[in-house]
Ligand binder design. Structure first.
Ligand SMILES: *Cc1c(COP(=O)(O)O)cnc(C)c1O
Length: 525
């Protein structure tokens, strides 16, 4: 667990560490066991010049005589320090406003820089009792900070979010700021260099030839189907148990979504029911890799091949998952994912990406993304404005730096839930993951009998829940008359019982234990 709590170290404690070993035991201890207690250590950029200035002066007073030697020593110590702490910048906050109320400008700068960290989970460590943090954050001496760090108070257990994006943001803050700042400097807001960098990085990660980023995981589905020439009168076979975008883009193109019922264990489209739904008008199969677990793509591809149909994997929830050792998005004609903030690889706004090994489809999708143009003001096909913003690409690039770690944590958290629930809670059906799959648990969704009551009890105890999805697409008012296909009793039944628990790479095991405890009580109440 990284970054559930945050300590901003004032230069006074750093100087003690360097100059007065006798009074810096607690600070040493903070450095030694911060990682173990899920604590991020920070130094404000505002402290660094003063830190160097004072350190050099003190080293000279202590007999490090030559000017160069004292400077070298200070530099070495600062470089070493920067290997252990992250630097907080305070750009963007209204300095003048802070100064108006400040007694001490440097203190005010430090307080301003701490504003980007999750309030309530931040303490400033200082030896200076009169440090004026302008009421922005509590100021602790090192001993008290150490105690706070080692205790469970102030940990995220008190403020459980359905998806905790703040911890990830704090962990990646310097990378995110650097990437955004770079875009603001070069100013290429549309199709800037970060877009290409991200596409290369994602194509390598997934293991396909082409990645085409786009404006959302909805637009990627639209672009994919436009590239395949899907339109009026065509039929696309898909699942009713999904987010609306899947069926929506089919209908928007004037095609008919043909809803095929789901597998009762994985809730993904049931491949054994697909063939019966194929007609002369069928133009593609669009499975969804729900909750972060891939559909049975080998079985789906085999049927598609037999009938000469392309397959689009709606992998909006499964980026980072694997199917028989291959990555989601690399499993079919086209893979489509989303960077919606709460998805496994989320940005800070809308975005998405398409993946394919097919050169012609890649070219078509690239052109459709930019108004169907192959060169400036020349339009061989009809397209859309479907580009990913450069700023969004910059954010997703920063998120990639932690993504492998996050996928590992998602496995641990998801599997951890399943183990705890299996041993503690009767009457709950935990997610079934096929032995050849690894899920990224975009959602951790269970089945319960009395969902509304259970959710109400959990919510009363401060545990947020959600339902993905309460109404299958073929039962939605707008789709009842649009969709084809037979009855989907399994999808109907699952949508009545399914419920999602808080999930994410930064959910701690103590948070999970607390959730499972309350859930256990709620089921049996
Ligand atoms: C989120 C999601 C989408 C749409 O992605 P956006 O980026 O929000 O447009 C499509 N399909 C599924 C299954 C999703 O979960």
């Amino acid at each position: 667990m990284i970054g559930n709590k945050h300590l901003v170290l004032d230069l006074s404690v750093i100087l003690d560490l360097w100059l007065k070993p006798e009074s810096s035991r607690a600070t040493e201890e903070i450095f030694a066991c911060a990682a173990e207690h899920g604590t991020c250590l920070w130094v404000s950029a505002a402290s660094l010049p003063t830190l160097e200035f004072i350190a050099v002066r003190r080293f000279k007073e202590k007999g490090v005589n030559a000017d160069g030697a004292a400077r070298d020593l200070a530099k070495r110590l600062i470089v070493n320090l920067l290997g252990q702490v992250k630097v907080l910048s305070n750009k963007g906050f209204e300095q003048a406003d802070v100064y108006l109320h400040a007694h001490e400008f440097e203190d005010a700068q430090i307080a301003a820089s701490a504003r980007c960290l999750p309030a309530g989970r931040v303490r400033l460590v200082s030896t200076d009792a009169s440090f004026d943090a302008l009421g922005e954050l509590p100021v602790y001496p090192a001993e008290q900070a150490l105690e706070w760090m080692q205790s469970t108070t102030g940990s995220a257990a008190n403020e459980l979010n359905f998806i905790d994006l703040a911890t990830q943001q704090a962990a990646l803050r310097p990378q995110i700021e650097r990437n955004i700042e770079t875009v603001l400097r070069h100013g290429q807001y549309i199709m800037g260099p970060e877009v290409k960098q991200l596409e290369e990085k994602l194509a390598t990660y997934v293991g396909v030839k082409h990645c085409i980023t786009a404006s959302s995981g909805t637009d990627t589905l639209l672009i994919a189907m436009m590239a395949l020439g899907i339109g009026r009168g065509d039929e696309i076979i898909t699942t009713p148990f999904t987010f609306v975008a899947t069926g929506e883009m089919i209908a928007l193109l004037g095609a008919t979504p043909v809803f095929v019922d789901i597998d009762p264990k994985t809730y993904n489209i049931d491949p054994t029911r697909i063939e019966a739904a194929i007609t002369a008008r069928t133009k593609a199969i669009m499975p969804v890799s729900l909750y972060g677990q891939c559909a049975d793509m080998d079985a789906i591809n085999a049927i598609a091949n037999k009938h000469g149909l392309p397959v689009i994997e709606d992998a909006a929830q499964s980026f980072g998952a694997t199917y028989k050792g291959k990555k989601s998005c690399a499993l079919s004609t086209i893979g489509s994912t989303s960077f919606f903030p709460s998805k496994p690889l989320g940005g800070y706004g809308d975005g998405g990406a398409l993946f394919t090994d097919d050169d012609d489809l890649a070219k078509a999708m690239r052109e459709i993304r930019v108004h169907g143009q192959d060169r400036r003001y020349h339009h061989p096909r009809i397209g859309i404005n479907g580009r990913l913003d450069t700023l969004q690409a910059a954010v997703v690039l920063a998120k990639m730096e932690r993504f492998n770690w996050e996928v590992e944590e998602r496995h641990k958290v998801g599997d951890g839930y399943t183990a705890m629930l299996a041993s503690r809670c009767q009457g709950i059906v935990t997610p079934y993951i096929e032995p050849y799959n690894t899920s990224v648990y975009a959602q951790y969704s269970i089945l319960v009998a009395n969902r509304d009551n259970v959710a109400k009890r959990l919510n009363e105890k401060g545990i947020p829940t959600a339902v993905h999805y309460p109404v299958p697409l073929n039962q939605q008012p707008a789709y009842r008359s649009v969709g084809g296909g037979s009855a989907t009793p399994i999808s109907d039944e699952i949508s009545r019982r399914v419920m999602s628990l808080p999930m994410g790479p930064d959910l701690t095991s103590s948070q999970q234990q607390a959730i499972v405890e309350v859930l256990n009580g709620s089921i049996n109440a």
